[in-house]
Unconditional design. Structure first.
Length: 452
């Protein structure tokens, strides 16, 4: 009826009819194009707590998940939609998806690794909504590409981003490189994991109860809650050197003692360099394979990882507790911040080296690097870039900027530009020529704000 309004609006009578029709449309809830645009807002600016339950069916490689998110909108505007990040939606053959909002079933739509949830109303700034999601998924039988994120191999099940978590729609990455995620921190996550056979769960949380095969875990201030499970994990427990952090190492084939030794060293070193590790636990678990991977309070080391290479990989993944875990970033659009900082903290310890790929700008999204050169450019060149800034500024001022930046952005989502600006403010404009060369999208067209 409203598809060609101007064609009928040729006389006063027609205009009156049109106005009447528009009024009727608004009364019966038919959205005009302008309303439709305004009524489709989403946000990541929320405070959300999660309560999740999952049951593993070991030989079927299946998981059944139920999750409740209590989400308070803190965006400063109303929202009509939320976007949930969920890896099994993309690679877990997800089925039986059900989503309800405040008790009413809604028609959620899956796009890649994102579940789009219509809220059915405008949830105002400061108001809350309760989402309940359930689904069934099957772990991938192998770990090629990014399948390792949700896979069952080498007698280990590895589950990454299986709790539907408030995010924004982010393109999944099929190729091996990059972490296609951005999620805000939750103040409280409670998870109960069950299994049809006895297993050991290595998770982001602290275990609070145990009934039969069921285990309940609690995590605070995490931007994700992941786990691995195996029937025959060996568990080695220890404490950080300052006795504040409980360390648990879950292994089948990799060296538990080497893992424990270097985990303690990394925790002590990065806590001193950057700021105190904020969680009560740190779990290192042997995963189903492919790549090592960071999660809040949890690090995955792939099955059969060589002992001689453990110190370096543990350092890099544990450094992510500071950059990614505590200070978050958009890992898709702005991967320099967490990857270059984690690699810098690692190479500051184990030594820098020249890159084996051509020099490339450092301000691109992860999708704009090739699988063969992503590590060499973002990590190796990125860490070297930070090292030259440290050389020019001097270690004292450099580390004091890093510490202040980390403190200021704790549990938030920061940007590479904010870090670079913080160095600039301290060191002055002498850094600008190299900023412009490696970060042209951020620093061409200066004068830059914050330059002192
Ligand atoms: Zn990394």
């Amino acid at each position: 009826m409203l598809s060609h309004p101007l064609a009928v609006a040729r006389s006063t009578r027609s205009i009156a009819l049109l106005l009447a029709a528009l009024l009727l449309a608004s009364l019966v809830g038919v959205a005009t194009p302008g309303d439709a645009a305004a009524a489709n807002r989403s946000t990541m600016d929320v405070v959300a707590t999660y309560e999740a339950r999952a049951k593993l069916f070991w030989s079927a490689r299946r998981i059944e998940v139920w999750s409740r998110a209590r989400v308070r909108n803190t965006s400063g505007h109303g929202i009509e939609r939320l976007e949930l990040n969920l890896v099994p939606a993309r690679i877990g053959n997800m089925r039986k998806l059900k989503v309800s909002v405040d008790g009413d079933r809604v028609d959620a739509r899956v796009a890649g690794q994102t579940v789009k949830v219509p809220l059915g109303r405008t949830v105002g700034d400061g108001d809350s909504v309760v989402l309940v999601t359930s689904y069934t998924a099957t772990f991938r039988p192998g770990t090629s590409g990014h399948d390792f994120l949700f896979s069952s191999q080498n007698r280990v099940m590895s589950a990454m981003r299986w709790i539907p978590w408030v995010s924004r729609q982010v393109k999944y990455q099929v190729q091996g490189h990059g972490d296609p995620f951005v999620t805000p921190v939750s103040p409280l996550v409670e998870v109960t994991l069950d299994s049809d056979v006895p297993v050991r769960f290595a998770t982001s949380g602290q275990q609070t109860s145990k009934v039969g095969n069921k285990r309940t875990f609690v995590a605070r201030n995490v931007r994700d809650f992941n786990f691995t499970a195996a029937r025959d994990y060996k568990v080695l427990s220890g404490w950080s050197n300052d006795r504040k952090v409980r360390i648990k190492v879950f292994t089948r084939t990799i060296s538990a003692s080497t893992t424990m030794t270097w985990t303690k060293r990394a925790l002590a070193r990065f806590s001193k360099k950057v700021g105190p590790y904020p969680y009560p636990t740190l779990v290192i678990s042997e995963s189903s394979g492919a790549y090592a991977m960071e999660s809040p309070a949890l690090v995955w080391i792939p099955a059969r990882y060589q002992t001689a290479r453990l110190p370096f990989i543990l350092a890099h993944e544990i450094a992510h507790q500071w950059f990614f875990g505590v200070v978050g970033n958009d890992q898709t659009e702005d991967p320099f911040l967490d990857e270059a900082m984690a690699e810098f903290l690692t190479r500051d310890w184990f030594g820098f080296r020249a890159s084996r790929c051509a020099t490339k700008r450092l301000d691109l999204s992860m999708y704009e690097y090739t699988p063969g050169c992503y590590y060499e450019q973002i990590y190796v060149q990125g860490s070297k870039f930070l090292d030259t800034i440290r050389d020019d500024m001097g270690g004292g001022p450099f580390w004091s900027v890093v510490r202040a930046f980390w403190r200021d952005h704790k549990f938030g989502i920061a940007t590479s530009k904010e870090l670079l600006d913080a160095f600039l403010e301290r060191a002055g404009n002498e850094l600008l020529p190299r900023y412009r060369k490696r970060f042209p999208s951020l620093y061409s067209g200066c004068p830059c704000h914050g330059a002192g």
